[in-house]
Design a protein around this ligand. Sequence first.
Ligand SMILES: [Zn+2]
Length: 436
Amino acid sequence: MLLTGTHPLVRAYLVTGVGKQLGCAHTPHLAGGVETRLMAPRLDLRAQGDSDLEAKLLADPHIKRIVDDAEKQKDLGIRRSFLATALRVTPPMSPRLATLVGHCTKTLGFEGTLETYIYPDASFNAGMARPEDGRVFMLFSSSLFESFDDEELKFVIGHELGHHLFGHHRLPMKALVESSMVGVAATQLFAWSRYAEISADRAGLTCAGKLDGVTSSLLKLASGLRQGLTSMRAEDLISQLGDMQEELGKRSADDANRKPQPDWFATHPFSPLRLQAANAFSRAEQFAGTGLSRTQLETEVAELMAVMEPTYLEDKGEIPEAMRRLLLAGGVAVASANGELDEKERKVLERFFGVGSVDRVNVKALSDDLPRRISNAVAVVPVLRRGQVLRDLCLVARADGHVSAEERTLLLDLATKLGVEVTLVDRALGAELSLD
Ligand SMILES: [Zn+2]
């Protein structure tokens, strides 16, 4: 998916899947199902962070079990639902789309049966659904289809095909988040999903052929403007990233007054980051034939993505320490919001802090110390990173499968005291997560 989805169709189906590699069939743009030998799938385009984090996540038995369960679910009625609620676009209906899809499937070495759909929606979005019965489904919102030019659509189609090619549906984001994942694994899951977008963007750029289509697509996605702007320069969006990094670097007393963007919850990297990462790829040997080596490229991208990847549970230093202390006291307070800290809630906290860690803590003393830890966090932790702790506290609250009114009230109160945008709480509790 290009962005986090809001349309019911996007929410319902574009979030889970297995991303099976399909056997050889015909490409959709070839009338009569003529088979053509295509080039090998461009699996080399996948970002290092995407593959590495996926491997780490799959090594976790809890995650592996959920992935295996998702793969066992055969008939989800995806095609039935698309046929009923969206328009299936065949080549005669839109020769333009057929040509663009043909270009992209050939460029990326996609082999299979692809069905394209347009669904009515005012926002710009597109997505791939989990394959079903050997069919692969690509969806475009009506406004994206009408507003994006050929170069931009090549980027979008390439991006979506990239998700399929790299098997991103293998990790069912929604099911995983709903399965009470917490701690390092949860952080890694979000980080992985952002890297998955970077991989897909590389596939999109490869199909578009040059950075211009990517730049204008991302500018349109970021602004919602149909016609774009008079000048759609990459530098303008990238300079926004510079300003964002500057904001992150600031630590001052007025931090509490600065509301963070809800990026920590995002499955998609912020647009300027995506553009910067695509820009790096356009300067790489892999794309341009000369330029950055694979290692240089991945290092540059990892530095960019670090803007969105707080790893405070493992890092050393004053800020991570203050965040961990806040998480422990806040976690105990949230977990015991309904009364006593029960066995299940202890287990959740242990997944953050290690087995046995919670047995040693004095619940009363920790809860009493919470206000002091909040003040300390406000003093030393940048506001965006406080948002990260709050997100993890929301994961604690929802770990037992439901969130009580007391827990929510407490989280909203914590958000206010931490100077974090309160809407982050419901966002994290509702976990309207979509990935693709
Ligand atoms: Zn995507």
